[in-house]
Design a protein around this ligand. Sequence first.
Ligand SMILES: NC(=O)c1ccc[n+]([C@@H]2O[C@H](COP(=O)([O-])OP(=O)(O)OC[C@H]3O[C@@H](n4cnc5c(N)ncnc54)[C@H](O)[C@@H]3O)[C@@H](O)[C@H]2O)c1
Length: 355
Amino acid sequence: MIIETNSPLPHHPRPIIVIGAGGIVNDAHLPAYKLAGFWVTGIYDVDREKALRTAEKFDIPLVYLHPEDMLDRSPRSVVFDIAVPGSQILPVLRQLPEGSCVLLQKPMGDDLAMAREIVDLVRTKKMTAGVNFQLRYAPFINAARYIIGQGLIGELIDMEINVNVYTPWHLWRFLYSLPRVEILYHSIHYIDLVRSFFGNPDSIYAKTFQHPGMPELASVRTSIIMDYGPTIRANILTNHTHDFGLQEQHAYIKFEGTRGAIKIKLGLLMNYPEGVPDGFQYCIAQKDKPPVWKTLDIAGSWFPHAFIGSMAQIMLAAEGAIPKPDNSVEDAIHTMACVEAAYESSAQGGIRPSF
Ligand SMILES: NC(=O)c1ccc[n+]([C@@H]2O[C@H](COP(=O)([O-])OP(=O)(O)OC[C@H]3O[C@@H](n4cnc5c(N)ncnc54)[C@H](O)[C@@H]3O)[C@@H](O)[C@H]2O)c1
C-alpha cells in the first residue's frame, strides 16, 4: 500500500513576500519554502535589522525599508505571507492592495471579534486569504487522512490529542502579558485539526489552567471536549508543565475507527526545542485475527514540512485549481469561534453537584 504523505502543490508556484522576520519565519516558513522550491522575492519587518539578518540567511534579494516600497515593487502575482503578532494582522492587511493573495499566521487576531473584522476586510478587498493552521498538512496527518479516507480503519469515531510535556514558555516573552495563552496559541492547532476531520462541533466543554509556578502566564494546561453527539469522542488534553524529565513525557494524536486505529507521536513537542523522533503506527483489524500494529516511516515532520501545505493552498486557489483554500479565512473563523467557546466554557465552569 502506498500511503500519500505529501500535500497537493500548485502547478505554477507564485513569488512570495514575507511580512515579519521573527522566530517562526526563520524556523519554519523559509525552510519549508526552500524544501518546496517556492521563491521568496522580498521581506519586510518593522525591525529592519531582523529583516536584513533573515534575508542574508535565506538569500532573499529584497529587503524593504517601508511597507510602501514593498507594494510599489511587488510582482502582481505575489502571495503576501504575513507572520506578525495577531494584533498586527488587521493593520498590515489594510495596507495591501485589493485582490491580494495572503497567508496569515495564526491566531487569526486576538479573539473572535477581531477574526470577524479580518473576514470582513478580506471580503471587502476581494482577497484570496487563508490562515496558517498547518498541522492539517503535516506529512503524518496527510498519511492518517489518506488511511481514513480509504476507509481502512472503518468509520472515524474517536480523536484524542494528549500532550504531557515541558514547554519552555520563556522563549515567547510576548505571551507573558496576554489574557489568553494556551488555547489561543497552542490547543488552537488541535481544535482546527479535529474540525478538519469532523467538521464543526455541536458544542465545546473546556477548562484551561494556570500553574502555581508560572503565575505570569494566563494558562498552560487545558482540557477540551469537542461535542459531536453520542458516538464521536474528540478530546484535547494538554499539560505543558511536566518538568520531570523526558521519561514520562508524551505527545500524541490518536484516531480510532470502527475497524482500526492510528497513533502519531509528536516528537517535536517532547524535550523541546531539541525534540525526539516522531512516530506513526496503525492497526487495521482483520476478522478472526489478533490486532497487529504496523509502523510507517514518514519523511518530514510538523515543522517545517507542514508549512508547505498551508502556503500551497493559497497558491492553488490563486491559480484556480481549487475554488478556495482549504484553510480559508471563512473556514478558519470557525476554529476561532471554537476557541472563543472554549474560553467561555472555562469561565462559566461546570455543573455543581448537589451534595
Ligand atoms: N502556525 C504556527 O505553528 C505558529 C508557530 C509559532 C508562531 N506562530 C505565530 O506567528 C506569529 C509570529 O510569531 P513569532 O514567534 O515569529 O514572533 P516574533 O516576535 O519572533 O516575530 C514577529 C515579527 O513581526 C514583526 N512585526 C510586528 N509588527 C509588524 C508589522 N506591523 N509589520 C511588519 N513586521 C511586524 C516583529 O518586528 C517581529 O520581527 C505569532 O502570531 C505567533 O502566534 C504560529
